[in-house]
Design a protein around this ligand. Structure first.
Ligand SMILES: C[S@@+](CC[C@H](N)C(=O)[O-])C[C@H]1O[C@@H](n2cnc3c(N)ncnc32)[C@H](O)[C@@H]1O
Length: 232
């Protein structure tokens, strides 16, 4: 992608997202929080207590307060190609995360630097031909035994596809099916990938959300996650 693409959306990102998700009855915070909460549960199931976390494609820092809530003792590093988004994140949450600007095709971090790498709604903004490259970079900077968790929009969910279609910052998005992403994880060295589907019910049916853990294998949720471990 053009590294400046999200520079132009940084100031109004949450407002545009609020419009795009309004049909669900939820605000953007609901979507930011659920991912980090699920991530903490999935890390717990894999017996991980991460101390160093990377948020790859962190944007304007929307996940930052939830990392503070669900991983209170971890050090957070926020990495993005958009310098303006990193600046806005720093203004919103001063000192809450170390910012890393990505330039070129390498993550500016040493091998094995993180226990947990996370990415929310980023890979559909990256050229599909570059997915394996960035998954390998994430593999390189994650320590052996560490975990990668990626959340993506589900192209099989018509409401998600409609929201993406109407969202200005998704104009160049190319959604990824979970099976494709899993294959790319495997081609990048990641082990034991697990897919879970999320976001089945809008706010008006929120009483049914207690059922979502039982539906996680049904490929119709609004988003999905893939988690996997770096072997060793
Ligand atoms: C839709 S936003 C999501 C931001 C954030 N993860 C969130 O959930 O609010 C996508 C972000 O991915 C970033 N991005 C796109 N390509 C990237 C790449 N190759 N490396 C890192 N970040 C990238 C963009 O600059 C943008 O901030």
């Amino acid at each position: 992608m053009d590294s400046a693409e999200f520079d132009s959306f940084a100031s109004e990102y949450d407002q545009l997202l609020r419009q795009a998700v309004s049909a669900t009855g939820e605000g953007p915070e609901f979507f930011h929080e659920y991912k980090v909460r699920e991530l903490s549960q999935m890390a717990g199931k894999r017996h991980l207590q991460p101390e160093r976390i990377l948020d790859f494609g962190s944007g304007v820092g929307n996940s930052t307060p939830y990392f503070r809530r669900y991983f209170p003792s971890a050090q957070l590093t926020s990495a993005d190609v958009s310098a303006r988004s990193l600046e806005v994140a720093q203004e919103r949450f001063p000192g809450a995360a170390a910012g890393l600007q990505i330039q070129g095709n390498r993550l500016p971090a040493a091998d094995d630097s993180f226990d947990l790498a996370f990415s929310a709604c980023v890979f559909h903004h990256i050229d599909h031909a570059e997915h394996v490259h960035w998954l390998r970079e994430l593999f390189r900077v994650t320590r052996p035994g560490g975990m990668l968790g990626i959340f993506e929009h589900n192209p099989l969910n018509p409401l998600t596809v409609n929201a993406v279609h109407h969202c200005p910052f998704d104009a160049n998005a190319h959604l990824i099916r979970s099976k494709q992403l899993v294959e790319r994880y495997r081609n990048s060295g990641w082990s034991d990938p697990k897919v879970r589907y999320h976001l089945f019910f809008p706010r008006m049916l929120s009483g049914l959300r207690a059922l979502e853990p039982y539906l996680a294998g049904i490929p119709l949720g609004g988003q999905y996650s893939v988690t996997a471990i770096k072997p060793g």
